[in-house]
Design a protein around this ligand. Structure first.
Ligand code: NAD
Ligand code: A1AUG
Length: 523
C-alpha cells in the first residue's frame, strides 16, 4: 500500500435526492442488477483468507417478498469459530506491526470503492433489510463516513504526541502510544446492516486488531459484501474473519473464549446484558479483563411544549416513529405533549401517519415490512397490549403484501407507566402521552430504563436550556427529529440500559479498541 500524500479533512457523504428522476432511475437499475447478478448465491465463511462452505445454511430472504431468496449463507459452528480464532490470533502478530497510516489506507480505499458503487450496496439493503431508497442510501452513506472518519482518527491518534504533547520533564523523553488490544469479536445488529457492521469492524481493524465478524442472521449477505470489499482492497488474510452463525452457539463460545480480548456488540438489551455477564467471568487461562463495548436498545421520545412549531413537531414525531418502520434504536416511539396543544399535535400526527404509503421497498414506498416473522408477531402482540393501554387512532393491523407488513400505528392517551411507553417494541408503533406542562413532559420522558435519543420542541430559550440539562440521554436534539445522527457531527451512544455510551462516529471511539502505552526514557 502506498502511503498517503495529503488527506483532506473529514466530510459527510451527501445523501442522494431521489426526487430527482436520474437518481431514482439509477437506484432502480441497481436493484435490477443486484437481482439478476447477486441474489441466490451460496455465501461462504471467510477464515484466514479461505472460503469455507458448510452444509447448514442461513436462508436470507426478502422480508417484503417472502418468495425471494437473497442468499444461502454458510453457518459456522464451534469448531469453525475456533479455526477463525486461531487465524485471527496468527494474523494479529503481523497486523499489529503495520503502521497506523498504512492501516488507514485500507479503509480509505474501501470508502472510495463503496462510494463508486453506492447504489449497489443500497440496492442489496432494499432487498435484504426492507429499506426504502432514502433509508438504504443513508445507511450506505454512514458506512462510507465510518470508513473515512476512523481512518483519519487512527492517523490523528498515531500523531497524538505532536498535537497533545505530554508535560515536559527535563532529562526525560516521554511518549504515549495507542496500541491494539488483540482479537475482537464483532457482533452487529440487522437494522443498520451495512453502516453499523462497517463502523464496528473498521474501527477495530484500523486500530490494529484482528476480528471475528459474526453478522446478524437476518442480513448476512450485505455483511458479506462488505467483507468481500475489504479483501478487494487487499486487507491481509486473517485480519477480518467472516463467521455467520447462531448467536447462542457461536456467540456464547466466542464471548467466553479465553483468547477473546474484546467484544464489540450492538443489539438488544437482553443479548447485551447476557454478553456482559458471560464476558465478565474470566475463562481458565485468560490473562485479561475482556473489554466490552455494548450499545443496546432505546425507548426514545419527543417532548413538545405549547410554544413549539407544532407542524414541525408533528412531522418530526412521524419521521422518528415510522422511519424504517420504527426499527431504529433511535426511533421516537414515544411523544409527550403538553395538554394545551395536545389535541392539535395528535390530530396532525394522525393525519400525517395516515398519508404514509405502505408497500414494497423496491417500489420505494414510505413504509415497508418489518424484518422477520418473530418481529412481526411481537409487534402485533404489542399492538394488542396497546389497545388495552391507549386509544387506537391510526393503523393497528397487519397490512397487505407478501411480507411482514404492519400499518403505522398510533395510540394516544397512554399513561407513562404503560408497557407500550416503557418497553422497546422496535416496530411502527407510537405511544402518545399527555403532560400538564413541559416539565412534567420531561419527567415522563426521563422515566425509562433506557437513555439513547430524545428531542425537545420549544421556542422558549429558557426551557431549551433547562431541557438540555435535564433530559437524560446520549443524543439529545432540539427542534428536530431524534433519528439520523451523522458521523463526526453527532457521536452516537446511549445512557443507562441503552449501553456503554461508546459514541460511535466520535473522537473517543477508537480509544475503546486500543490501550495507551506510556514510555519514558531517561536521557
Ligand atoms: N444503541 C445502538 O447504537 C443500537 C443500534 C442499532 C440497534 N440497536 C438495538 O439492536 C436491537 C435490534 O437488533 P437485533 O434484533 O439484531 O438485536 P439482537 O440482540 O437480537 O442481536 C444482535 C446481534 O447479537 C447476536 N446474538 C444473539 N444472541 C447472541 C449471543 N448469545 N451471543 C452473542 N451474540 C448474540 C445476533 O446474532 C446479532 O448479530 C434493538 O434493541 C435496537 O435498539 C442499538
Ligand atoms: N444512528 C442511527 C440509529 C442507529 C440505531 O439503530 C440514528 O441516529 O438514527
Amino acid at each position: 500500500m502506498s502511503t498517503m500524500a495529503k488527506l483532506e479533512g473529514f466530510r459527510n457523504e451527501p445523501f442522494t435526492d431521489f426526487r430527482q428522476e436520474p437518481a431514482r432511475q439509477a437506484m432502480e437499475e441497481a436493484i435490477a442488477r443486484v437481482k439478476s447478478e447477486e441474489l441466490r448465491r451460496e455465501i461462504p465463511l471467510r477464515i484466514g483468507g479461505r472460503d469455507i462452505f458448510t452444509d447448514t445454511k442461513i436462508h436470507s430472504i426478502n422480508p417484503g417478498n417472502l418468495d425471494e431468496t437473497i442468499g444461502w449463507v454458510s453457518k459456522a459452528d464451534r469448531d469453525l469459530a475456533e479455526q477463525a480464532m486461531q487465524a485471527a490470533l496468527e494474523a494479529f502478530e503481523s497486523w499489529k506491526k503495520v503502521p497506523p497510516r498504512e492501516r488507514a489506507q485500507y479503509l480509505l480505499k474501501a470508502a472510495a470503492l463503496m462510494t463508486e458503487r453506492k447504489h449497489e450496496f443500497s440496492a442489496l439493503m432494499v432487498l435484504e433489510a426492507g429499506k426504502n431508497y432514502a433509508e438504504a442510501d443513508a445507511d450506505t452513506a454512514e458506512a462510507i463516513d465510518f470508513l473515512n472518519f476512523y481512518a483519519r482518527e487512527m492517523i490523528r491518534l498515531s500523531e497524538i504526541n505532536e498535537t497533545m504533547p505530554l508535560t515536559p520533564v527535563p532529562g526525560e523523553q516521554n511518549r504515549l502510544t495507542y496500541i491494539p488490544l488483540g482479537v475482537g469479536v464483532i457482533i452487529p445488529p440487522w437494522n443498520f446492516p451495512l453502516a453499523i457492521c462497517v463502523g464496528m469492524t473498521s474501527a477495530a481493524i484500523v486500530s490494529g486488531n484482528t476480528v471475528l465478524l459474526k453478522p446478524a442472521s437476518n442480513t448476512p449477505v450485505i455483511a458479506y459484501k462488505f467483507a468481500a470489499l475489504m479483501e478487494e482492497v487487499g486487507l491481509p488474510a486473517g485480519v477480518l474473519n467472516f463467521i455467520p452463525g447462531s448467536g447462542g452457539e457461536v456467540g456464547d463460545y466466542l464471548t467466553t473464549h479465553p483468547q477473546t480480548r474484546f467484544i464489540s456488540f450492538t443489539g438488544s438489551k437482553e443479548v447485551g446484558l447476557r454478553i456482559s455477564k458471560l464476558a465478565a467471568e474470566p475463562a481458565p487461562g485468560q490473562i485479561w479483563i475482556k473489554r466490552l463495548v455494548a450499545e443496546m436498545g432505546g425507548k426514545d421520545g419527543i417532548v413538545v411544549d405549547e410554544t413549539a412549531d407544532l407542524d414541525a413537531a408533528a412531522q418530526a414525531i412521524v419521521a422518528s416513529a415510522f422511519g424504517y418502520q420504527g426499527q431504529k434504536c433511535s426511533a421516537g416511539s414515544r411523544a409527550l405533549i403538553v395538554e394545551s396543544v395536545y389535541d392539535e399535535v395528535v390530530e396532525k400526527v394522525v393525519r400525517l401517519t395516515k398519508q404514509l404509503e405502505i408497500g414494497l421497498p423496491e417500489e420505494n414506498k414510505a413504509v415497508g415490512p418489518v424484518i422477520d416473522e418473530a418481529s412481526f408477531r411481537k409487534i402485533l402482540d404489542y399492538i394488542e397490549i396497546g389497545k388495552q393501554e391507549g386509544q387506537l387512532l391510526a393503523g393497528g393491523r397487519q397490512a397487505e403484501g407478501n411480507g411482514y407488513y404492519i400499518e403505522p400505528t398510533v395510540f394516544a392517551g397512554v399513561d407513562g407507566k404503560a408497557r407500550i411507553m416503557q418497553e422497546e417494541i422496535f416496530g411502527p408503533v407510537l405511544a402518545i402521552g399527555q403532560a400538564k406542562d413541559w416539565r412534567e413532559a420531561i419527567a415522563m420522558y426521563n422515566d425509562t430504563e433506557f437513555g439513547l435519543t430524545g428531542a425537545f420542541f420549544s421556542r422558549e430559550e429558557d426551557r431549551i436550556s433547562e431541557a438540555l440539562e435535564t433530559m437524560h440521554c446520549g443524543n439529545l436534539y432540539i427542534n428536530r427529529k431524534c433519528t439520523g445522527a451523522l458521523v463526526g457531527a453527532h457521536p452516537f451512544g446511549g445512557f443507562n440500559l441503552s449501553g456503554t455510551d461508546s459514541k460511535a462516529g466520535g473522537y473517543d471511539y477508537l480509544l475503546l479498541f486500543t490501550q495507551a502505552k506510556l514510555t519514558s526514557r531517561k536521557l
